[in-house]
Design a protein around this ligand. Structure first.
Ligand SMILES: NC(=O)c1ccc[n+]([C@@H]2O[C@H](COP(=O)([O-])OP(=O)(O)OC[C@H]3O[C@@H](n4cnc5c(N)ncnc54)[C@H](OP(=O)(O)O)[C@@H]3O)[C@@H](O)[C@H]2O)c1
Length: 257
């Protein structure tokens, strides 16, 4: 992608763009005529697109690496004078296996540092560039997992709940700068992240469908957008009938996890 000088050209930065929901979002934004800057640690499934799409460029970014914040910001600003939208979508998932002395408590920190602090680092990267746009939009990807507790999701759920709170607070603090903030809460989406799950994933949808719903919702700049609604309803029950939810989801001693 050539550096941009056309003020009318909409530009989006998408993290976690090498697979799953992020990759599907890249394709949708390109189709809608946006200039797209995609980031991840590797190009992954993006490599072919980067080679052939003149409106797409790739900036490598490991979101946990604080040393990369300034260089990545520089790389973005060399490509684009401003960002109209930043979709902070990169994330990971690991589950807690309580196994006495062998329990990997470090995992809590690993997941929190990618999902939560990685998103904070990404905000640090893009905020100055968003401030140069006329109607900037900052978007973070949380999860419907925050709507009710799931077994073994101590790390993932807590990191996504932290994102949701962080964004809701940031929305207040960025209002005076005219930056809209949206939090996306997807349900189960078929991606490399969920393909390792061994439990039932109700209302599972494709990454293309998830990206389409996200893209459409973002046109209205919602504070939060949770989908699919059928899962939200189920999780509402889980939240309001916690004993029933616990009885339904909590594993028994003899369950083979
Ligand atoms: N799939 C679901 O059901 C679901 C549901 C709710 C929320 N979400 C959220 O949606 C987002 C996208 O997930 P997905 O399902 O599309 O998973 P995915 O296909 O595994 O994609 C995750 C993306 O994050 C990037 N990433 C991971 N660690 C990174 C790091 N340290 N630095 C930079 N990039 C990193 C990966 O790229 P590299 O490995 O190349 O860096 C990849 O592009 C995540 O935040 C996830 O929590 C997913």
């Amino acid at each position: 992608m050539e550096p941009l000088n056309d003020e009318s050209q909409k530009i989006v930065w998408i993290t976690g763009a090498s697979s799953g929901i992020g990759l599907a979002l890249v394709k949708l934004y390109l189709k809608a005529g946006w200039q797209v800057i995609a980031s991840a640690r590797t190009q992954g499934e993006l490599a072919n697109l980067v080679e052939h799409e003149s409106h797409l460029s790739f900036v490598e970014f490991d979101i946990v690496d604080k040393e990369k914040i300034a260089p990545v910001r520089d790389a973005l600003s060399q490509l684009a004078p401003h960002l109209d939208c930043a979709i902070l979508n990169a994330g990971t998932c690991e589950y807690l296996d309580l196994d006495g002395d062998k329990t990997d408590w470090q995992m809590m920190e690993r997941v929190m540092s990618v999902n939560y602090f990685g998103l904070v680092n990404s905000v640090d990267v893009c905020l100055p560039l968003l401030k140069h746009a006329s109607q900037p939009h900052l978007v973070g990807v949380s999860s419907q997992a925050v709507q009710a507790a799931f077994p073994r999701a101590e790390a993932y759920g807590a990191s996504k709940a932290a994102i949701r709170y962080f964004l809701s607070s940031l929305r207040m603090d960025l209002k005076a700068d005219g930056i809209d903030v949206s939090c996306i809460l997807p349900g189960f989406v078929d991606t490399p992240l969920t393909r390792k799950n061994t439990f039932d994933m109700p209302f599972l949808m494709s990454s293309d469908e998830a990206a389409k719903r996200t893209y459409q919702a973002l046109q209205h700049r919602p504070y939060e957008f949770a989908f699919p609604k059928r899962l939200s309803a189920l999780l509402w029950l889980g939240r309001h009938l916690p004993k029933w939810w616990l009885g339904k989801l909590a594993p028994n001693k003899n369950d083979n996890l």
